[in-house]
Design a protein around this ligand. Structure first.
Ligand code: NI
Length: 136
């Protein structure tokens, strides 16, 4: 029996979407308000979903405390109240779009999980805009 266990978490962060190698006009056309030079913030929500077989001894797919701690260390402590462009090494050269953020989060969590477990991460940038990545 494969079951999915999910944990929600939250962080606030600032970002700016732009490419240094593009002109101001081109950045404005592609990124619009998200290109604001003085940055802007989002209340990000994440849902990390882990799928695997139920362990016969424990009855767990994953101990949710373990998942909670991975998210706390790898996502909340790394990103909360940070400027993603300036403070987070993964985004020094990578544009912090929702798409790129969800891939970074997925990779950080996946590395800490038993390789037998599947992971899917959904990241909400606003209540209506969200992206999902499952490593494919
Ligand atoms: Ni934005």
């Amino acid at each position: 029996m494969r079951v999915t266990v999910s944990r929600k978490a939250h962080f606030n962060a600032a970002h700016r979407l732009y490419r240094k190698d593009w002109s101001d006009e081109q950045n404005e056309v592609i990124f619009g308000k998200c290109n604001n030079p003085n940055y802007h913030g989002h209340n990000y929500e994440i849902i990390a979903s882990v799928t695997g077989e139920i362990n016969k001894d424990t009855g767990y797919v994953i101990d949710v405390k373990f998942l909670k701690n991975i998210i706390k260390e790898e996502v909340e402590e790394a990103f909360d109240h940070k400027n993603l462009n300036l403070d987070v090494k993964e985004f020094k050269i990578l544009n912090p779009t929702a798409e790129n953020i969800v891939v970074v989060i997925y990779n950080k969590i996946k590395e800490k999980l038993d390789p037998k477990l599947d992971l899917e991460v959904t990241l909400y940038e606003t209540p209506r805009n969200f992206v999902t990545y499952s490593g494919k």
